[in-house]
Design a protein around this ligand. Structure first.
Ligand code: DQA
Length: 144
């Protein structure tokens, strides 16, 4: 199986930005651990981080023919990007939405995810473990 991990805006600052909310690990560390997990499961993983909405959409389109699952932390786009929502739906690749923080227990605007309805699951508030849980979900799902 091939998984694509997309991290959106500001996630490049993970470890430096509000560590009490997002944790102290850098994105590089988190992705490294995820990579090891996915590899140990006999699967492949590719990862991108971008601060641009269109790049996320392009990556989802590219995933259509090349990936079996997508793990997406769309950052703040989660809360208002119908364009990303439509791209997830259009590409048809099973996508798990991940958030480091618990979006349901923060500012009210974060509680709404406009992408949730087109994702197979939302994992929120589990910190970096959320990415591994998302990978596990996608990998084990394919075995059934
Ligand atoms: C986030 C939560 C979003 O509300 C926020 O805008 C982010 C990160 C998370 O991982 O907890 O940038 O997606």
């Amino acid at each position: 199986m091939k998984l694509l991990v997309i991290n959106g805006p500001n996630l490049n600052l993970t470890g430096r930005r509000s560590p009490e909310v997002y944790g102290e690990d850098t994105l590089e560390t988190i992705m490294g651990e995820l990579y090891n997990y996915v590899e140990s499961m006999g699967s492949e993983m590719f990862e991108i981080q971008t601060n641009h909405e269109g790049d996320i959409i392009d990556a989802l389109h590219a995933a259509m023919d090349s990936f079996d699952g997508v793990i997406l932390n769309a950052g703040a786009y989660t809360h208002y990007s119908y364009a990303i929502r439509d791209a997830i739906e259009a590409c048809g690749v099973p996508t798990v939405e991940v958030h480091l923080s618990d979006i349901h227990n923060r500012e009210p605007f974060r509680a709404l995810s406009v992408i949730e309805s087109v994702c197979i699951a939302q994992i929120s508030g589990q910190g970096k473990k959320g990415y591994t849980l998302a990978a596990k979900l996608l990998l084990t799902r394919s075995m059934n």
